[in-house]
Design a protein around this ligand. Sequence first.
Ligand code: BGC
Length: 431
Amino acid sequence: MKKKLVLWTMSVLMGLSLVACGSDKPAADNKDKTPTEEAGKSTGEVANKDKPLVWYNRQPSNSSTGELDMTAMNFNKDTYYVGFDANQGAELQGTMVKEYIEANIDKIDRNGDGVIGYVLAIGDIGHNDSIARTRGVRKALGTAVEKDGNIDSTPVGTNTDGSAKVVQDGKLEVNGKSYTIRELASQEMKNSAGATWDAATAGNAIGTWSSSFGDQIDIVASNNDGMGMSMFNAWSKENKVATFGYDANSDAVAAIAEGYGGTISQHADVQAYLTLRVLRNALDGVDIDTGIGTADDAGNVLSKDVYVYKEAERSYYALNVAVTADNYKDFTDSTKVYEPVSKQLDESKHASKKVWLNIYNSADNFLSATYQPLLQNYDDLMNLDIDYIGGDGQTESNITNRLGNPGQYDAFAINMVKTDNAASYTGLLNQ
Ligand code: BGC
């Protein structure tokens, strides 16, 4: 009864058909309706601004200060962010590199100058994940310098003589002997068209670095595997220099058998699940914890050791795991769904819904080789019919141009080019 009344009021208020519902008419506000009423509606009946929205992988935030964009995160009552714990992962990555140096101290100093030199590929100086990883490596290796109460994450350029100001020489004691650790070089891997985390740029950089100070490089570190593997294939594999990345993409995990030093799994299998699960729950009008901390009707549930939810940030964060020569065989297929949440939802109870989802850069190794295949495995299990939109990694408009008719979709999953740009998307949903 009440549902009919709401629908009737909506059409009267709009004076027209329900198709015009994309605007912010008062009757379309769902705040005072029960979730079940909302859940029963079809695409055209819910205003775009009230549809479930998940930001993922690039957290709405100020790209200079890292401050979260809570306006974007509170766009409506069904808005969330899904990512992973960047600091915990960054710390793991730094520790993994440090432990490798300690365990291999006798053979690691290739030119015997007493300085353990490393180079670092930086993904995007305005991306929280990238900043955290640069800090994590510098902190663990003792090369960090504080700036405004935090570790400076500025790329050093070239620092073969150790005179740079944004990093310092670290000291490491192993077996009673003292070693110097130096960040010989680091730069943001951005190509001339503006795409960040650019693997080809990293491949070129290692070429330049190795030709001018190759014998000083004892370790290669990278903010991700895409760039790490590009450097490994271009130089470090042949020169037997351990290279460390992040993401646990399948090719990087396989390369551990050939000398790749290690990587970090950001539990993309859990993140991809959460990305779609928060939408599914909002569309079903059920408690947001369903199938997450509380088992759903099919038995899907996550244990507390694989994710955290921070309510004040409206954010789900998957936890990271280090992948090294010791355990890499457990991580060989990065696109496999996480078993505890792999059960099919019954379509008679969880009706098929249409979702618009974008990948900010279709050339990004992690997102295209690991994350998207995972999403494609989960979408069937959750009865979500998803349109996947691949961006060029350079401009937001390349993506937003393809969100011309949000009224056709029940929910949205957004991966921004630049973390400051949430309004380019919410603006379209508010129209
Ligand atoms: C991943 C990177 C990826 C970036 C894209 C990060 O979380 O680790 O590999 O390039 O997200 O936004």
